[in-house]
Design a protein around this ligand. Structure first.
Ligand code: FAD
Ligand code: DLZ
Ligand code: SF4
Length: 507
């Protein structure tokens, strides 16, 4: 019996469950490039180029193994430009006994798959995606076992279950979490390692030209294009991170610096999410660096927590809570996304820097996403759906399973605290402490109100005032709400006036 094995653009892992038990003598692997996936949000040009180039190289590697790959290119005549249309055509072409696919990373596509089972003339087998440490069933069981359902408990349990960074029953280094040590700002004169980027080969160049021609109007610079698009190069990128920047990853995890778009971050999320690297191998490599003395515990624990903790937790949460999750709007925010998110045109230097990095690389590191562009959207009261679309479009690593909990939950608190116990709202002082952005800014983080004041300052207090009924009972916000309670009425009025005028003046 011949089976059709449909591999999606974020399933580029040789060991993905849809390819297990593949019979090269009979089976056919289907991969399709379709407009619908490039346009359901207007993805950054580099993101589209990255995924299509990675798909073409993955297909090439499978063929080199003697596997038959039916690969539909974007420009091919007859391409219906949707997963459903292309799968239906392929089923008609090959008359397989069944279609085998691994569950997708987005609810939207899960719904398509449910339709396939009903409309296609052959059975459709949807397999679990076992590239994650935690299955859906395990996540559900863990949630039931823990009333709080918080990331930190989940993470510790995952450490125990996987044995990562464990010494018997105890955490390596005597502590589960070294976060308090990971909040240094960059010392002046510290050398930031230069980062390895990859020169596009002929196959990637073809894709770059295709993207320029078809998606030229989308956000972001297409070139220089430096992402790895093969497994071999993604492994080189991982080596480079482990050797050169993992040792400094912990100390400067929360730092930001103008002109330094990558600092000590790993830059591997696009590879993890599309399948070129697996979470298991990445964590194993980091642990090995600790055991061999090449990297300190605060760096390795901090790094592994992001993957074994956060990445797995948000994935579990997404599938446990969808489709309802996306619809909540706890703070009732309805504002439009300011144009600067797309243009980068703003006198706020921190925003211009972070949006600029995003435009250049389809990448920004975590603190830029959380504490600058995210914080601003929260304080400005942007409608969750609008800011979610932006994050889903502009980052090469963005797929809804990971983007949505981070934006809807962590940044916008739109889930009412299902992900994080309080919104990460912060004033200009935080950005000033963790970056050098404020030095070249038109505003001053030390001025609280009036012209020249950092907008984050009055927007922060305005946010607390606007959301007082919903947030003031939150024990983790007790301190700022005490300060607010002592604030003279006239000062409150000024803050609201400054914020209202600033937001009204945004293009
Ligand atoms: P590093 O800082 O080197 O971290 C290592 C790895 O840990 C990352 O590659 C990633 O796989 C994982 N990780 C770290 N933080 C998180 C997190 N909060 N949630 C899940 N995994 C995490 N990550 C995505 O992969 N896709 C997204 O669409 C995405 N959207 C985000 C949106 C917002 C508003 C915020 C605050 C965070 C978002 N993140 C997202 C998480 C994080 O910012 C990125 O994973 C990280 O910046 C990727 O860069 P890196 O590989 O250099 O990460
Ligand atoms: C993001 C993306 C893009 C731009 N293009 C394709 C494509 O042409 N073919 C494909 O199989 N996948 C693509 N993807 C990734 C899919 O959107 C992703 O697999 C789904 O969102 C499910 O997670
Ligand atoms: Fe950003 Fe305010 Fe600093 Fe300017 S002063 S860079 S707006 S935090």
């Amino acid at each position: 019996n011949r089976h059709l094995r449909f591999v999606l653009g974020d399933q580029l892992t040789r060991g993905v469950s849809s390819l297990a038990d593949l019979d090269p003598a009979r089976d056919i692997v289907l991969m399709v490039e379709v407009e619908a996936e490039a346009r359901y949000v207007p993805h950054h040009k580099q993101k589209i180029a990255f995924l299509l180039a990675a798909m073409r190289h993955f297909a090439k590697a499978l063929r080199a193994e003697g596997i038959r790959v039916d690969y539909v290119r974007l420009n091919e005549a007859g391409n219906t430009q949707s997963f459903t249309g292309e799968l239906a055509r392929a089923v008609a072409r090959h008359a397989p006994a069944s279609v085998i696919v691994t569950e997708p990373g987005e609810w939207r596509v899960r719904e398509m798959m449910a339709d396939w089972a009903e409309t296609l003339p052959v059975p459709v087998h949807i397999r679990e995606d076992d590239r994650f440490f935690c299955s859906h069933a395990e996540f559900a069981a863990l949630g039931r076992a823990r009333k709080t359902g918080r990331m930190e408990f989940f993470y510790r349990e995952m450490r125990r279950r996987t044995g990562l960074l464990m010494r018997g029953d105890a955490p390596e280094g005597g502590q589960w979490n070294f976060d308090p040590e990971n909040r240094r700002s960059l010392p002046r004169g510290l050398r930031v390692p230069s980062r390895r980027r990859f020169t596009p080969d002929a196959l990637t160049r073809e894709v770059i030209d295709l993207v320029a021609a078809r998606f030229g109007g989308h956000f972001g610079d297409l070139e220089p294009f430096g992402w790895a698009v093969t497994r071999a190069d993604a492994l080189r990128a991982l080596d480079h991170f482990i050797e050169d920047t993992l040792p400094g990853f912990g100390d400067y995890q929360d730092a930001m610096k103008a002109g330094e778009d990558f600092l000590f971050h790993s830059l591997i999320s696009p590879y993890l999410n599309c399948g070129l690297l697996t979470a298991r191998e990445v964590c194993a490599r980091a642990e090995e660096a600790f055991r061999s003395g090449a990297a300190p515990i605060n760096a390795v624990e901090g790094f592994i927590r992001q993957i074994l903790g956060w990445r797995e937790f948000v994935r579990g949460l997404y599938w446990a809570e969808m489709p309802g999750y996306a619809g909540s709007n706890h703070l009732g925010a309805t504002g439009d996304l300011p144009a600067m998110y797309w243009t980068g045109d703003t006198p706020m230097r921190c925003m211009a820097e972070c949006i600029g990095a995003t435009r250049r690389h389809a990448y920004a590191h975590h603190i830029q996403r959380l504490m600058v562009t995210g914080n601003f959207a929260l304080l400005a009261g942007v409608a969750p759906a609008q800011i979610e679309q932006w994050y889903l479009a502009v980052y090469a690593d963005a797929f809804e399973w990971v983007e949505l909990p981070n934006v809807h939950g962590m940044v916008m608190h739109a889930d009412g605290g299902r992900l994080g116990s309080k919104p990460y709202a912060a004033s200009g002082a935080y950005i000033d402490r963790m970056s050098d952005y404020c030095k070249g800014c038109a505003f001053d983080p030390k001025i609280k109100r009036g012209p020249g004041a950092c907008p984050f300052n009055y927007l922060y207090w305005n946010f607390l005032i606007e959301n007082e009924t919903v947030l003031s009972a939150n024990p983790r916000l007790a301190m700022p709400y005490r300060t607010l309670a002592r604030m003279p009425a006239a000062q409150r009025t000024e803050i609201v006036a400054d914020a209202t005028a600033f937001l009204a003046g945004l293009p």
